[in-house]
Write a protein that binds this ligand. Structure first.
Ligand code: GLA
Length: 737
């Protein structure tokens, strides 16, 4: 049950549902101060929440109330608060002084749809609060938007500016949220990395001063995912207070913490102000992307579970919640070297192994025989696809497989017809050197003509084939941010306009082909964020498909994203990204905890491998609902030990699937105890696995766990699986008799 109340006497807002309270108030001087975000509380008395007292050295206006130490809700620049402001507006007289104060508010019984940016979905019982702040001199309004959903511990925030005056306002910064927490949140967890090692878990201690993660690559980036988890000194995986911040945005971002001298921790998130400025004419408005704040007192894992539920219910299109295709992709099987015959052979073999969908990856268009040519030329290459795509898709359908295709809409090679025709359609300055990435330039998606052209190019192909899936790739970062289609006054808008162009194309493609599932990709996980997940229910988690690396990548990714979003494939060994060989069983047991697929040539498989894949595919289909709908609990951390374990449990706690992995074996080790989480202690479960089969109470499984002997003690080999890269899956079902 959601409720938004306003205590007129105290001028205090209280947003609440079954789990959380979010409280802030209007200070006597009209500014807003955050009072509380945490477990649901009752506030019926007249207690004071915010700091009323001034201190020596503070500055103030006539009301004698300094802003310096307040946990401000959306702070102005240039007044008695000396921390980072939430926005920064440059006015025509050169000043940047603003004075936005409370004017009015409204409460809505629905989620307001935001213009341009993807936004969290409407649902029954949702409530939205819009607080209007006005700067009278500027005749401009800031609308702070807060949404609360029933049954979830998240608050969604965003901001809209409406310029009702005559002067042009230059927005140099407009963050999605700013919130004042206390310094009890002294630990900060970020998901950082690079290509092939995305979203590793990095923990930092916060102290006085600022800490931040940022992206300036034009995408959300593999370097720093737009997500941060704040915990206290004492928070563990399962106990203690946590607040996470996720930004629903795929472009340049910033998330920061600033702790001041009296221990107020100002957390902010939004579009990265570096390289950003937006010219807001009189009469125009600007909407920020949304940011999601999630609270849990059940530790880091508790926060992840709340956030996962939120993403599954209100970000990903619910039509993809039930099932996902079991796919095979030809990239690592053929790279650019294929023709129709080869593709149909792969699809035929894959069909006999139980796959649903064949994905034709890069290389099917233009003169695309290497990564230095052809991007932008979205015309089928008939030398490779003899007789055209329609014919190929028919043949693939005839062998019992659905068809999916790879595209990279935002890019162009120098060596392409498109670049010859439209050299002015690329990102960069015409009189300066332009940097290449993977031999390609970025198309200027801030220019609507470019987006229109690409949309038409794709629809003229997709309209005539039986298409079920698109892999939407993006393989380089943006450099030299300049658009010839923008005026000198508007160049600061480029990065944001680019990403709005990307969202526009996503919107048009998903509207035209509502039954085609899109998988996001950006050299693997270089654009794994909530903006993309609004359109693509799953994202290629990493180009790195090595089993061991994937354990870490999937473990890290699970902090911020549910298993249903993580596209996970099994590829050949030695692995193409790192050269390591791991057993097929291990690779499959890791990929099972994601949306499962293969990325290898099935024609060269041995009979033993084929029968393994057939049975794994059958089993995955039976388990898939636990992966898509379950709550995910991390148990053993591969960043800290030589083991990893995790479990996905359906919310009714009747079925679960657990994975335990020995990454590197130890000599003469003791017995292994695999403990589970998330089950009901009062239920009785049957556990089936390759090591134990039996009946246990939930309490037993979650406390004592399953004990099994190490597979090799130096003398006796107990099981087939020995040495490094051992894996064991446990199917857990409630026994009802
Ligand atoms: C990127 C993707 C890969 C593959 C190639 C094709 O690297 O991440 O999965 O599609 O592009 O060029």
């Amino acid at each position: 049950m959601t409720k938004i109340t306003f205590n007129k006497k105290k001028k205090m807002f209280h947003l609440q549902n079954e789990y959380i309270s979010y409280i802030f108030e209007v200070l006597p001087n009209g500014y807003l101060a955050q009072s509380y975000f945490g477990e649901v509380i009752d506030v019926s008395n007249d207690e004071n929440f915010v700091i009323q007292q001034n201190r020596p050295m503070t500055t103030y206006v006539e009301d004698k109330l300094s802003l310096q130490n307040q946990p401000l809700e959306y702070p102005n620049f240039g007044t008695t608060d000396y921390r980072r402001s939430a926005f920064d507006f440059e006015l025509e007289d050169g000043s940047r002084i603003t004075d936005f104060v409370y004017k009015k508010h409204i409460v809505l019984d629905q989620k307001e749809a935001l213009q341009g940016v993807p936004n969290t979905r409407e649902s029954e019982g949702v409530k939205q609060l819009n607080v209007y702040l006005e700067d009278e001199l500027l005749n401009t309004i800031l609308i702070l938007k807060y949404t609360i959903y029933p049954g979830l511990s998240s608050i969604v925030r965003s901001v809209e500016v409406q310029n009702n005056g005559n002067q042009v306002i230059k927005l140099n910064k407009l963050l999605s949220l700013s919130i004042g927490l206390t310094d009890q949140y002294s630990k900060w967890i970020q998901l950082s990395g690079d290509w092939a090692r995305e979203r590793h878990v990095i923990e930092r201690s916060l102290s006085y001063g600022t800490t931040s993660i940022e992206s300036i690559t034009g995408s959300s980036s593999a370097y720093h995912n737009p997500y941060v988890l704040l915990t206290t000194e004492h928070t563990t995986e399962d106990y203690g207070d946590t607040v996470s911040v996720s930004l629903m945005y795929s472009g340049n971002h910033v998330i920061s913490s600033e702790i001041n001298a009296i221990g107020i921790n100002r957390i902010q998130a939004g579009i990265n102000p570096t390289g950003f400025s937006w010219k807001l004419e009189g009469g125009a408005s600007f909407q920020s992307p949304e940011a999601i704040l999630t609270y849990s007192n059940k530790g880091k894992n508790g926060n992840s579970i709340q956030l996962h539920r939120f993403i599954k219910n209100h970000i990903v299109n619910p039509k993809w919640n039930e099932t996902r295709p079991l796919l095979i992709n030809n990239w690592e099987a053929t790279y650019f070297d294929f023709d129709s015959k080869v593709l149909v052979e792969i699809a035929t073999e894959a069909s006999s192994l139980g796959f649903d969908l064949f994905v034709l990856d890069d290389g099917w268009f233009g003169k695309r025989n290497s990564d230095s040519v052809g991007l932008g030329d979205w015309v089928v290459n008939e030398e490779k696809i003899q007789g055209g795509l329609e014919k190929l898709v028919k043949s693939i359908n005839e062998v019992g497989m659905d068809f999916g295709i790879w595209i990279e809409p935002e890019m162009v090679n120098l060596e392409s017809e498109l670049y010859k025709l439209h050299p002015d359609w690329v990102v960069g300055h015409p009189r300066r050197r332009m940097s290449l990435g993977r031999n390609q330039l970025v198309l200027d998606f801030s220019n609507a003509d470019v987006v229109d052209y690409i949309f038409d190019a794709f629809t003229s192909i997709f309209d005539s084939i039986n298409l079920k899936y698109i892999k939407w790739d993006m393989n380089r970062s943006i450099t030299e941010p300049f658009s010839v289609s923008l005026t000198s006054q508007n160049q600061g808008e480029f990065y944001h306009r680019y990403i709005l162009g990307v969202y526009d194309l996503y919107e048009r493609i998903t509207t035209r082909y509502p039954d085609v599932m899109i998988e996001g990709c950006a050299s693997g996980g270089n654009r794994f964020d909530l903006g993309i997940l609004y359109y693509s229910p799953q994202i290629w988690t990493s180009d790195n498909t090595d089993g061991l690396e994937r354990v870490k990548i999937q473990y890290g990714t699970s902090f911020a994203y549910p298993l249903s979003t993580m596209s996970s494939h099994i590829s050949a060994v030695p692995n193409h990204q790192i050269g390591r060989s791991t057993p097929l069983r291990f690779r499959s047991d890791v990929a099972t905890f994601g949306t499962y697929g293969y990325e290898l040539d099935p024609r060269g498989l041995s009979e033993k491998e084929k029968s393994f894949i057939i049975s794994e595919n059958e089993v995955y289909k039976k388990r898939q609902h636990i992966i898509l709908k379950g709550d995910f609990y991390r148990v053993a951390n591969p960043f800290e030990t030589d083991e990893a374990s995790w479990i996905s449990v359906l919310p009714d706690k009747c079925s679960a699937l657990a994975g335990f992995y020995i990454l590197t074996e130890k000599p003469n080790r003791g017995p292994i105890r695999v403990v589970f989480k998330g089950l009901s202690k009062d239920k009785t479960y049957t556990v089936s696995s390759t090591v134990v089969n039996g009946t246990y109470s939930g309490a037993y499984l979650m406390n004592l766990g399953i004990l099994f002997e190490p597979s090799f003690n130096g003398q006796v080999i107990v099981r087939d699986s020995v040495g490094d890269f051992q894996s064991y899956l446990f199917d857990i079902k409630e026994r009802r008799d």
